[in-house]
Design a protein around this ligand. Structure first.
Ligand code: NAP
Length: 251
């Protein structure tokens, strides 16, 4: 991922215990970048760090990060920026409580918004000035097709991702002026802990496939990428279903 072969690239991977994030870290390290893994589960991050550095010979660092603890984000970003070479950012964290549980427990709605929306904005807000100063680099964010339309079975999570998508459109315009690309990734279904046990999933992507698509999207400085690509067509149809029909659908 180097536009200048002499500079030392780093990817800061936020939410690094996600299997997509792990696969992304491995792929980015194979591509020649050093990696900073950030997340809550330090044992898991430590195992990934060992695995990635043994496989690739790249430097892999680990930093504690909690998306909900926004008061800690300024110090976290300073630490990450000091450890990084040339900084690129992969944001993978997210939380998807079940909609029927949210319907009876507002705390779960708050958590979904705190992680998927406020947490993402908080850390990106603090990273943005550093990226502007660098004058180049990539930000890749795992959003979701759920943000494209509010569905009966997932509308709180979907609304948080929709807000995130709108924020990323503005951030893309801001950072583009300084040479930094911002890519919104909209996965359909991926085979990860988040979807474990969910019935009725179809066209499921593996974490490796998704990670490779994210890295390619960064290389090409893409704006919005559906993963796998055919979700663009599916969501295009879903977005155009008239509301009077859509509200009756059990999806
Ligand atoms: N799986 C899918 O079908 C699918 C579809 C569309 C979009 N996505 C998005 O893809 C991304 C990756 O999810 P996944 O599928 O890999 O699920 P996952 O395995 O559940 O990963 C979610 C990640 O978010 C982290 N996280 C949750 N709350 C956090 C917090 N407060 N602070 C820091 N990290 C936190 C988790 O860390 P802990 O290990 O500490 O809990 C974990 O690393 C998410 O943004 C998700 O919304 C997934």
């Amino acid at each position: 991922m180097t536009s200048n072969k002499n500079r030392k690239e780093s990817w800061l991977v936020l939410g690094a215990s996600s299997s997509v994030a792990r696969a992304f870290a491995r792929a980015a390290a194979e591509d020649g970048a050093d990696i900073i893994l950030a997340g809550r589960d330090m044992d898991d991050l430590g195992r990934t760090a060992e695995d990635v550095s043994v496989r690739t010979g790249r430097d892999v660092d680990v930093i504690a990060f909690d998306a909900e603890d926004v008061a800690s984000h300024a110090a976290f970003v300073e630490d990450a920026v000091n450890r990084a070479g040339f900084l690129n950012v992969f944001l993978a964290f997210g939380a998807m409580p079940e909609q029927d549980e949210i319907d009876t427990d507002f705390a779960l709605a708050e958590r979904s918004i705190a992680v998927n929306y406020t947490g993402a904005l908080s850390v990106l807000h603090r990273l943005a000035p550093h990226l502007e100063e660098q004058g180049d680099g990539h930000v890749v964010v795992l959003s979701s097709v759920a943000g494209d339309r509010g569905r009966l079975k997932n509308y709180v999570y979907g609304s948080a991702k929709a807000g995130l998508n709108t924020y990323l459109q503005g951030l893309r315009a801001r950072l583009f002026r300084k040479g930094v690309s911002v890519t919104t990734i909209k996965p359909g279904f991926m085979d990860t802990d988040m979807t474990w046990g969910i019935e009725g999933m179809f066209l499921v992507a593996s974490p490796d496939q998704a990670a490779r698509a994210c890295l390619n999207a960064a290389r090409k400085r893409r704006h919005v990428v559906y993963v796998p690509f055919f979700w663009w067509g599916i969501m295009n149809i879903i977005r155009h279903i008239p509301e009077f029909i859509f509200k009756k659908m059990n999806i």
